[in-house]
Ligand binder design. Structure first.
Ligand code: CA
Length: 235
């Protein structure tokens, strides 16, 4: 899932990015309305977190122009507003925003809103949740994963739910380096209490199922002192 963050205040932009990337989303930041419109056309994000007060073109105008574009993926738009009169302008949502969030907001609240919007897209069937890389296909809705090591034969992988979720987390962000805390948050939730090395156990099990040589993994790489990353070219 790709999220475009449009926010001119650097600290809030960083907080948004950190919070959403921890949840496994890939994020791109713009600080200006016109730049955001270009980024939207080039990247076609699934969701846009859009600040109302922006230089050059405000959030309402950005929102209106995005909604006028046809032929491009229609993203979900979560508007950010400061307290006060701004809310009244947005609250009718006649602007084309799907939801709004009032500053200051907590990271937890932000994540809940983003997830609620993306769940809505799943219900509408608008989002195809299939990840393909050179050697793997993961179909989230079907809960199936397969591996294809040569062009003539594919094999269905027999994974536990946890292994499946771990593979999905990796494959949805190829090349991203995950630390153990981030993986625990993704797989068990942020209220997990226990030993972080539980992650290593599940990574080892997943490697046994997806790697040709689990002792010399080609796909799930260990990043010493940090954690893990998944490498396989997307197709
Ligand atoms: Ca602003």
């Amino acid at each position: 899932m790709d999220i475009l963050i449009v926010e001119d205040e650097p600290e809030i932009a960083r907080l948004l990015q950190m919070t959403l990337e921890t949840e496994g989303f890939s994020c791109h930041i713009c600080r200006d309305g016109l730049v955001a419109l270009r980024a939207f056309q080039e990247q076609q994000p699934d969701l846009i977190v859009l600040d109302l007060m922006l230089p050059s073109l405000d959030g309402l105008e950005v929102c209106a122009r995005i909604r006028q574009k046809s032929g491009l993926k229609d993203p979900y738009i979560l508007m950010l507003t400061a307290k006060g009169e701004e809310i009244d302008r947005v609250i009718g949502l006649s602007t084309g925003a799907d939801d709004y969030l009032v500053k200051p907001f907590s990271p937890r609240e932000l994540v809940a809103r983003v997830r609620a919007l993306l769940r809505r897209s799943l219900r509408q069937g608008g989002q195809q949740q299939i990840y393909r890389t050179q050697h793997f296909i993961v179909d989230v809705e079907q809960h199936s994963a397969s591996r294809q090591l040569d062009p003539t034969s594919a094999e269905i992988l027999d994974l536990t739910t946890l292994e499946f979720n771990l593979l999905t987390t990796f494959i949805s962000n190829p090349g991203r380096v995950w630390n153990r805390t981030q993986l625990i948050d993704k797989l068990w939730g942020s209220d997990f209490f226990g030993d972080e090395r539980v992650v290593d156990t599940h990574v080892a099990r997943l490697r046994k199922k997806i790697e040709l040589d689990p002792a010399n993994p080609a796909f799930i790489k260990t990043i010493v002192g940090v954690g893990y990353k998944f490498e396989d070219p997307t197709v």
